[in-house]
Design a protein around this ligand. Structure first.
Ligand code: PEP
Ligand code: MG
Length: 886
């Protein structure tokens, strides 16, 4: 029979798939001998069985009872005992942390009889009745979906009338009675008095919460698979709300925002665990605990040091102190900002806990990308409106909105302003540029979720009075209405009126060579890890650049060549007219004249590019887009011609252009006369471009330079297309004195080219995968249309987790890539292979290309450092094959 339940002592990190992250880590802590309340984990297998069939697997509850009896025996206390009842916490915990997305029910086991026993044992009737009312409310919401409002109203009313010490035990008992009536009315039956029934229903509802709307949305956002299911942890309750010598807190072994060493966290005296995470009351900083309870503080910091050494990483913990006794409720390798990830990884190397290879695998290209974002230019900032807690760094400017719906509906950037956020605010947080709350600290829901998403966030700005009904917030006598622009600084926590100008990040400045590597700990860490990535990576990183300034920027950012120069970008602006001349040319002489006019301009462009990349390869792609893209749009020409005709003027050139546009109209231009087809159809076009490259290179040679141009032919589908262009190219090159030899290669961006790569390689010195077109043509997705039209539905329905234009579709497009590499190299073993589609700068795709054996990736200049880092990680991960990119 399948086994579904594991005692905490049986758990360890290697079983996180089965036990969830929380269950596996409770196992680790239990094995380390740390003070974990006894309990057990219901496995993800059980959840998956429930999700597949709609009911828990056979025998599950018997198995729960057997493990429960062990917990009871260990504690000498039974569930449902009227004199000394055991109470249980039931918490979700999937493979990957999904903060606040699934359910928790505390105080399972209380009923009308055991509440009296608990009051006697704790010698605190107020506490017992307060726990009972918490259970009824949590149970109603979680198991039966009853909204919290009605309960909250009753509680608020009671608090308003209670004395300075809060409600009395009698008042709370009356409140429980009211809660039971609300429960009966809303649910249709009495609150269940059987503790075992409470437990089973709680477990079931945690299973079901895996598929709640907010959990599904979160998974999509974080690319967590939908079919993993959650484990359920059942643990003996310990109480932080038993008076001033009790409390609860959340702590990090280092600062999760900056990476600065030293324990860090929030503590809430006389409170239950969920109060801290929900950001309901304002917490005190962890060092305060040293004053309140020095012994527990010392024990806690000792445990945190043990955990850091054990996990060799930043850990976060949740703990509770029950009447002076410390209990550890949870630990995990903690989430952190991108900056903290770099700083901590470098620190851990210095502390001898991890190697440089491991450190590199602790940071991602996406995190590096985030650090290259700009920050506020404080010289031009007005005095702040207020200062909250800088919970997730970045500089966000936007119009104020007060709810998630307004954030998702807004045009342009917004700042979502809430008293505190709940998981229901997730869509708004995704849509907003930044999040601002008046309550909660760095570990509140808003902070944790925003950090995970890389969204700028300021929390706990408690001077804000937020009035969503009136659509305004006030700070002192200053009023800010919905729609007004504010700026929030997620590092300093400052909130400014209006739009504060932004300045580049120190990391971006360092990467551009404007800041020394030792400028600050973050820059130093980036320098070190990127340097290590460069030392270990096998993939080259080139840039897609079309101009001298772009090429110089790319080179400064570490590009070792240009992988794609799109020459069509040289035909824009004032030069459009020359292309029009080419299109309107009447007879070979006019064609030649038009091409002759373009030649010197192209030559000058190439000279600048080759100079900027002196000594490095520069891959120049011959003209690719359909020529009518260079003509004015049909409706503009029609209007101009109509105006001319209406006033009796001869439309002249416009008339000829209009005729040309009509003649050249294509129903599917991306499948029409473009790429190599243009070169074959318009005599002299490619020859002119090749001559311009050759003459520019020859001039560079004469000037003492080291030009390394490569000629690349776009959109080839058959080897004969390439052979024809090569023959023409060879002729041109032979006629330009001093021109250095230059390889001719092809893009592989048509599926047929990939499928016939073996033949094509006979004519190509190099391949460069144009994965934009290759994706478009493999999926039959018009790349200009689909992302805006139906990709939303596809992502929502899980057809794919990320757009295949963003991250390479390894199973389909990637298969063509692998095939073409293998067959191309079979024909020509020294074939150079790269990629120049957008995927070349996407960290996950870079890992794929490294694995597929490419020689280089080419991407936009600002993504060059991201690709360098990703390529370094990929080299280490393929060597050790322990990849876990999350
Ligand atoms: C490609 O198709 O991937 C490519 C780089 O070419 P373009 O995007 O210019 O079509
Ligand atoms: Mg293309």
């Amino acid at each position: 029979m399948t086994r579904y339940i594991y005692d905490f002592i049986e758990g360890d990190r290697s079983r996180a798939d089965l036990l969830g992250g929380k269950g596996a880590n409770l196992g680790e802590m239990t094995r380390l001998g740390l003070p974990v309340p006894p309990g057990f984990t219901v496995s993800t297998d059980a959840c998956r069985a429930y999700l597949n069939t709609g009911s828990p697997p056979d025998g599950l509850f018997e198995e729960i009872n057997a493990h429960l009896r062990e917990v009871e025996a260990r504690l000498g206390r039974r569930l449902g005992d009227r004199h000394d009842p055991l109470l249980l916490a039931v918490r979700s915990g999937g493979r990957y942390s999904m903060p606040g997305m699934m359910e928790t029910i505390l105080d399972i086991g209380l009923n009308d009889a055991t509440v009296v026993g608990l009051a006697a044992r704790a010698d605190d009737a107020r506490f017992a009745w307060d726990s009972y009312r918490r259970l009824i409310q949590m149970f109603a919401r979680t198991v039966h979906g009853v909204p919290a409002e009605e309960f909250d109203r009753e509680l608020a009313a009671l608090r308003a009338t209670a004395g300075p010490d809060g409600p009395t035990a009698e008042q709370l008992r009356d409140l429980v009675e009211t809660y039971q009536k609300i429960f009966l009315r809303q649910v249709g039956h009495q609150f269940p008095q059987s503790p075992h029934e409470q437990l089973y229903l709680a477990v079931r509802s945690v299973f079901a919460s895996w598929n709640s709307e907010r959990a599904r949305l979160y998974r999509r956002q974080e690319h967590i698979p939908d079919d993993l299911g959650t484990a359920v942890n059942v643990m003996a309750m310990v109480f932080g709300n038993l008076g001033p010598d009790s409390g609860t807190g959340v702590a990090f072994t280092r600062d999760p925002a900056t990476g600065a060493p030293g324990v860090y966290g929030d503590y809430l005296p006389d409170a239950q665990g969920e109060d801290v995470v929900a950001g309901i009351r304002n917490t005190v900083a962890l060092p305060e605990l040293e004053r309140i309870d020095p012994a527990s503080f010392r024990q806690l910091t000792g445990i945190m040091a043990t955990l850091e050494r054990h996990y060799r990483d930043l850990c976060d913990v949740e703990f509770t102190i029950e009447r002076g006794k410390l209990w550890m409720l949870q630990t995990r390798v903690g989430k952190r900002t991108a900056a903290a990830a770099f700083v901590i990884a470098a620190q851990l190397v210095d502390e001898g806990l991890i190697t440089l290879d491991e450190a590199l695998c602790r940071v991602t290209g996406a995190q590096l990308g985030r650090l290259m974002f700009p920050a506020f230019d404080l010289a031009d900032a007005p005095p702040p409106l207020t200062v909250g807690v800088g919970a997730s760094p970045g500089a966000a400017v936007g119009r104020v909105v007060f709810d998630s719906a307004a954030a998702t509906a807004a045009d342009g950037p917004v700042i979502l302003v809430r008293r505190e956020t709940t998981p229901d605010d997730l869509p708004g947080m995704i849509a907003a540029a930044g999040v601002l709350t008046s309550r909660g600290g760095k570990t509140s829901h808003a902070a944790v979720v925003a950090r995970g998403m890389g969204r700028t966030c300021v929390c706990g700005a408690d001077a804000l009075r937020i009035d969503p009904e009136r659509g305004e917030l006030t700070i002192g006598d200053r009023v800010v209405r919905a729609g007004e622009v504010i700026s929030i600084d997620g590092t300093s926590g400052r909130v400014y009126p209006g739009a504060v100008p932004v300045q580049p990040s120190p990391v971006a400045r360092y990467l551009a060579g404007e800041l020394a590597p030792q400028a600050d700990p973050l820059v130093a860490a980036v320098h070190r890890l990127l340097g290590h990535a460069d030392a270990v990576r096998r993939l080259g990183v080139r840039a897609n650049a079309d101009t001298g300034p772009d090429a110089r920027r790319a080179r400064a950012l570490g590009a070792t060549g240009i992988g794609l120069c799109r020459t069509e970008h040289m035909f824009l602006g004032e030069r459009r007219e020359l292309v029009e001349r080419l299109i309107l040319a009447d007879g070979p002489d006019e064609v030649t004249a038009a091409l002759e006019a373009l030649l010197p301009l192209q030559r000058a462009d190439f000279t600048e590019l080759l100079a900027a990349m002196d000594g490095l390869p520069v891959t120049i792609r011959l003209l690719d887009p359909p020529l009518h893209e260079f003509l004015p749009p049909l409706h503009t020409l029609t209007a101009r011609v109509a105006r001319a005709e209406a006033t009796g003027r001869d439309p002249g050139r416009d008339g000829r252009l209009l005729a040309a546009v009509r003649r050249m109209h294509e129903a599917n231009p991306m499948l029409g006369l473009r790429g190599v087809r243009l070169g074959l159809v318009i005599p002299g076009l490619f020859a002119m471009q090749v001559r311009a490259v050759a003459e520019a290179a020859a001039q560079r040679v004469r000037d003492g330079g080291d030009p390394r141009p490569e000629i690349m032919v776009p959109l080839v589908g058959d080897v004969r297309e390439l052979a024809a262009v090569r023959a023409e190219t060879d002729l041109v090159l032979a006629g330009v004195p001093d021109a250095p030899a230059m390889p001719v290669g092809t893009m592989i961006e048509v599926p047929r080219a990939a499928l016939t790569a073996g033949a094509i390689a006979a004519q190509a010195r190099f391949f460069s995968f144009g994965t934009n077109d290759l994706t478009q043509l493999t999926w039959a997705f018009s790349r200009d249309d689909v992302e805006g039209s139906f990709f939303g539905t596809y992502l929502e329905r899980g057809i794919f987790g990320v757009s295949p234009f963003e991250s390479i579709d390894a199973a389909g497009v990637g298969r063509l890539v692998r095939l073409a590499v293998a067959e191309g190299r079979a024909t020509r073993p020294d074939l150079t292979v790269g990629v120049c589609g957008e995927h070349g700068g996407d960290p996950d795709s870079v890992a794929f290309f490294a694995d597929a054996g490419l020689d280089y990736v080419s991407c936009s200049p600002y993504r060059v450092p991201i690709a360098r880092l990703a390529a370094g990680r990929a080299a280490i991960e393929t060597a050790t094959d322990t990849s876990d990119s999350r």
